[in-house]
Unconditional design. Structure first.
Lengths: 277, 313
């Protein structure tokens, strides 16, 4: 057991884990490689993985076949606004719930936690009717405003981090006559930067991938976000597999980049939200 | 100098500090309200009001344009008779049975395998990847993999084993298992991460003691790992069941609920009856039923996990 030589069971374990990893990863690889083929290469039996020649034009074609560029822009600007607003509003609420004494603090916080149990499908129809009344249907406000102003998970996550900051950090500032706002911006926010990154990444992924809300609130293709556009694509070019794979690759790219950069935060965040129970 | 300045009138000073404390308290309360204001407004407008409206609508009959009429519990009673609701419920439960046990078993095995292995971080990176990807994009890719004529799965079945593969997404018997397969693939990483966290929480002393007693790896797994992981397993189970009750994107994108409503789920029913049939009462009452199912599971989870925490202490 103590020797450095590889135990047969260790090799077997790695073999199994590698087969599993292939099953998890190969659909992505297939998507990427197929996006670089032309249609004639797609129907070869047995399937060929490596494209020859490489057809880069699929990406250009799929970006121009439908206003995919526009959807990209829409998704990006919606995401930037929502992520920034959530970082501000969630951290404000979280700071108050963690550090400031005010009436009904505990019941209000419990109320926030309780709303996390309400699935989005329950509130979606009243929300749709409200948006209709506001005149927000088929506009990006319907996606941006609710997301910017409410993320109970974000409040919960950041509160945990604020609670971990020792009292002395604040008290010194209070003695020096700093008000709560100065303490929040100058002392507290810099101390929870890792948590803010985690929340930002989570919000970005959730918003980028979200399909249900845009499906219900948005109507015209110029307003569509990336998943909506990809779904429209699927309806129109169902047999043009290579073009669809190029579209899917383009849609997934930002997610995979963010994942590679922020995977530590993401996995820690998932773990934390799990432990909370 | 200093003692002289403070000692002569202590009562006065005390009153002053007290008044100051009250003042600070009031100022703090105002700051507290200011800081929670944006999220509080969001909570009221985008969660509490819609929730109340959902309950109200579930007791009404309304097509979205004409008169609203109060029908009491008729919408809920109607669910028992509504074939669409019944199909949706049965399909959703079937999907839950297909995804949850298999998904959890697979995630637990992978987590146990990964726990102490070299290259854990790299493996974890790959296994978790499907979990964060866009359901629509993944569904588009799997539509091709499952395609009965040109899909990779059937091409390889033919090429390697000479089997004519099933019509995965167009056969009523295979469509739910196919969607379940995609969901297991997507969800495995998330459960695995939770299991890995659970495994971290098991003290190594148990395994050391077992080794001294000559317990085999299998016995250690059976008598240490699985029992001590039970609270994690329970939590993951409840979360997976809740997630599987809400399945929608995959069947919407890949099969449009078909063929012959074989992949028509509860959330699909909520969507369809509101935005295709314009029966908002039917739709919200189905949503309230879904909410009740989820709430029951959540409360059960909270209650039982609390007991577990005490037990461990």
């Amino acid at each position: 057991m103590k020797t450095k030589a590889l135990h047969p069971s260790t090799i077997a374990l790695h073999a199994v884990l590698i087969i599993g990893a292939c099953m998890m990863g190969l659909p992505f690889l297939w998507m990427l490689l197929s996006a670089l083929k032309d249609l004639s290469q797609v129907f070869v039996v047995p399937p060929k993985w490596i494209p020859e020649p490489f057809v880069w034009s699929n990406f250009k074609d799929s970006l121009t076949a439908l206003p995919f560029g526009r959807a990209y822009l829409n998704s990006f600007y919606i995401n930037v606004i929502v992520v920034v607003s959530q970082l501000v509003t969630c951290s404000m609420a979280a700071y108050a719930f963690a550090k400031i004494k005010f009436p009904f603090r505990e019941p209000l916080f419990v109320l926030f936690l309780a709303t996390m149990m309400v699935p989005g499908q329950v509130t979606i129809i009243p929300l749709y009717l409200m948006m209709k009344n506001f005149g927000w249907l088929d506009s990006h406000q319907s996606i941006i405003v609710p997301a910017a102003l409410l993320n109970a998970f974000g409040v919960f996550l950041l509160r945990q981090f604020f609670k971990g900051i020792p009292k002395e950090m604040e008290e010194a500032a209070i003695v020096d006559g700093a008000n709560r706002f100065t303490i929040y911006t100058r002392i507290m926010l810099p101390l929870v930067k890792p948590a803010l990154s985690a929340l930002g990444i989570f919000t970005f992924l959730g918003m980028w991938n979200n399909f249900f809300y845009p499906l219900i609130f948005l109507n015209s293709p110029e307003q569509f976000t990336v998943p909506m556009m990809l779904n429209l694509y699927r309806g129109m070019y169902a047999t043009d597999w290579t073009l669809m794979m190029a579209g899917a690759t383009i849609a997934l790219l930002p997610v995979l980049v963010v994942y590679m950069i922020g995977q530590r935060y993401i996995i820690e965040g998932v773990t934390l939200s799990g432990i909370k129970g | 100098m200093q003692p002289a300045a403070t000692s002569p009138s202590p009562p006065l000073n005390e009153a002053k500090t007290k008044r100051n404390a009250i003042r600070t308290q009031t100022v703090d309360s105002l700051w507290g309200c200011f800081f929670i204001l944006p999220q509080m407004v969001g909570l009221i407008i985008f969660s509490l009001i819609p929730l109340v409206l959902a309950f109200a609508l579930s007791l009404m009959s309304w097509d979205g344009f004409g008169e609203r009429s109060f029908v009491g519990l008729d919408n809920f009673m109607g669910q028992f008779k509504d074939p669409d609701f019944r199909i949706a419920l049965v399909n959703t439960l079937y999907y839950t049975v297909l995804t949850v046990p298999t998904g959890i078993l697979a995630a637990m095995l992978v987590a146990v395998g990964l726990n102490k292995v070299k290259g854990k971080v790299l493996y974890r990176l790959i296994y978790f990847m499907p979990n964060i990807t866009m359901s629509v994009a993944v569904a588009v890719v799997f539509m091709w993999l499952f395609n009965s004529d040109f899909g990779l799965i059937n091409l390889y079945l033919k090429d390697w084993f000479g089997i004519d593969g099933p019509r995965w997404l167009t056969d009523t018997r295979f469509v739910m298992p196919s969607i379940a397969l995609l969901s297991i693939w997507m969800g495995l990483g998330g459960s695995m991460v939770l299991f890995l966290a659970g495994l971290q929480g098991i003290s190594p002393t148990y395994y050391e003691a077992a080794q001294i007693d000559g317990a085999s790896k299998w016995q250690q797994l059976r008598h240490i790992t699985i029992p001590l992981l039970s609270s994690t397993t329970f939590f993951v189970t409840i979360m997976s069941v809740i997630g599987s009750f809400q399945v929608f994107d995959q069947s919407f994108v890949m099969t449009s609920g078909g063929p012959a409503k074989a992949s028509y789920t509860l959330v699909y029913h909520i969507y369809d009856s509101a935005f295709v049939d314009f029966t908002f009462g039917t739709s919200t009452s189905a949503a309230v039923t879904l909410f009740a199912m989820i709430l029951t599971l959540t409360l059960l989870q909270m209650k039982i996990s609390k007991r577990w925490v005490h037990y461990e202490e």
